[in-house]
Design a protein around this ligand. Structure first.
Ligand code: AKB
Length: 316
C-alpha cells in the first residue's frame, strides 16, 4: 500500500527533521507538511506544505478529506516554558488539536497516528532516578498535565475505538538542524550555538540540574521504529518511556570545553524554568521500549557533543 503521511506541526523542532526523514523513506510526494503559519526562511520543507490549524476542526478536516492520510504525526504543541506564560492557549492547542486528530483519524480510517508525549508527564512525587513507566504522576506544568491527559485519551481511543495511536515520552531533544521552541530543556541546544559564536553562554538552569536528554537523530529513529513495529508487539498505548542520556549543564559544559577550551558557562538565578526542571526526572527507565520494539539509543555525551559541534561548524 502507498502511504500518504500528514505531519501536523511540521515547522517545529521535531517536525522539520521528521518531514526530511519521512521524505527519504516514502518519497516527498507522499508527505504533506502542515503548520499554522508558513515556514520561516530557515526551514525549507522538501515536501508540499499547507497551512493547517489543529485547533480548528474544519481546517484539520479539510486536510484529512483532501489527502486521506494513512498515517498522521501530530506534533503541534506549546511546550513547558511557553505553556506557563499562556496556560489556556497551551491547553487548547495541546488538547483540542489531539481530539480533532483522533476523531478525524477514526472517521477517515487513518491506519496509524503518532502523537508525542514528554518526560513532563512526571511530577514532584514521581521517583526522579530511573523513573519507571508506571508510577505516581503529578505534573505541575500545564504542558505536563496536558501531555498526561493526552496520553489517557490516546489509550482510551485505542481501547474503545481500536485506533492505532502510538506515542513516546520524549526527553529534551538536541539537534543541529532545527531550533527548540519554548521548552525547559532548550538550553542544551542554545549552548552549542553560543559556544561556537561567543565562547560563552548563560544557562537558565543551575549547574547540577540533571535531566534526561536525547540526540535528535536517536529521537527520529525511535519514532520511525515505533511506527514500524507490528501493532501486536506494543504493550503500551499511553506513551513509552524513552531514554537517551542524562547530564547537567556543568557536565555538558565540561564536554564542550574539550573542543572549545575558552568556553565559559555562567548560570542565571531565579529563572522560572528551574522550577519546572526540579519537578522532572533525572533519568528514565525505558525497559518497555527496549523489550517491545528493541529500542537502543546510539548517542552518549561525547558523541552528542562531537556531532553537534561538528555539524554546526560545517553548516555555518
Ligand atoms: C520541554 O522542555 O518542554 C520539552 C520536553 C522535555 O518535552 N523539550
Amino acid at each position: 500500500m502507498t502511504e500518504k503521511i500528514l505531519v501536523l506541526g511540521a515547522n517545529g523542532q521535531i517536525g522539520t527533521e521528521l518531514v526530511r526523514t519521512l521524505c527519504g523513506i516514502y518519497g516527498c510526494d507522499n508527505i504533506i507538511a502542515g503548520d499554522i503559519t508558513e515556514p520561516p526562511d530557515t526551514i525549507k520543507h522538501t515536501a508540499p506544505f499547507e497551512i493547517i490549524n489543529v485547533t480548528d476542526e474544519a481546517s484539520v478536516r479539510r486536510a484529512f478529506s483532501n489527502h486521506k492520510p494513512t498515517q498522521v504525526y501530530l506534533l503541534a504543541a506549546i511546550l513547558s516554558a511557553v505553556g506557563e506564560q499562556k496556560p489556556k492557549m497551551a491547553w487548547d492547542l495541546n488538547m483540542n488539536g489531539l481530539i480533532h486528530t483522533l476523531d478525524l483519524a477514526i472517521e477517515f480510517k487513518t491506519a496509524k497516528v503518532f502523537w508525542p508525549s514528554s518526560i513532563a508527564v512526571f511530577g514532584p512525587h514521581s521517583p526522579r532516578v530511573d523513573t519507571p513507566q508506571f508510577c505516581v504522576m503529578d505534573p505541575n506544568s500545564v504542558y505536563g498535565f496536558s501531555k498526561l491527559a493526552g496520553e489517557r485519551w490516546c489509550e482510551y481511543y485505542f481501547d474503545k475505538y481500536g485506533l492505532d495511536v502510538r506515542s513516546l515520552r520524549y526527553p529534551g531533544l538536541i539537534g543541529w538542524r532545527s531550533s527548540p521552541g519554548g521548552g525547559t530543556t532548550d538550553y542544551a541546544v542554545h549552548i552549542f550555538h553560543e559556544a561556537l559564536k561567543n565562547s560563552r553562554y548563560e544557562s537558565f538552569l543551575s549547574a547540577d540540574t540533571e535531566l534526561p536528554m536525547m540526540h535528535m537523530d536517536d529521537a527520529i529513529r525511535a519514532t520511525i521504529e515505533l511506527m514500524n513495529t507490528p501493532a501486536n508487539r506494543l504493550s503500551i498505548r499511553s506513551a513509552y518511556n524513552l531514554a537517551g542520556l542524562s547530564f547537567t549543564p556543568a557536565q555538558l559544559a565540561a564536554e564542550i570545553k574539550k573542543h572549545i577550551p575558552q568556553f565559559e558557562l555562567t548560570y542565571a538565578k531565579n529563572d522560572p524554568r528551574q522550577l519546572i526542571a526540579n519537578s522532572w526526572p533525572r533519568s528514565i527507565d525505558d525497559t518497555y521500549a527496549r523489550q517491545d520494539w528493541g529500542w537502543k539509543p546510539e548517542f552518549d555525551l561525547k558523541g552528542l557533543v562531537e556531532n553537534m559541534l561538528g555539524n554546526l561548524k560545517s553548516n555555518r
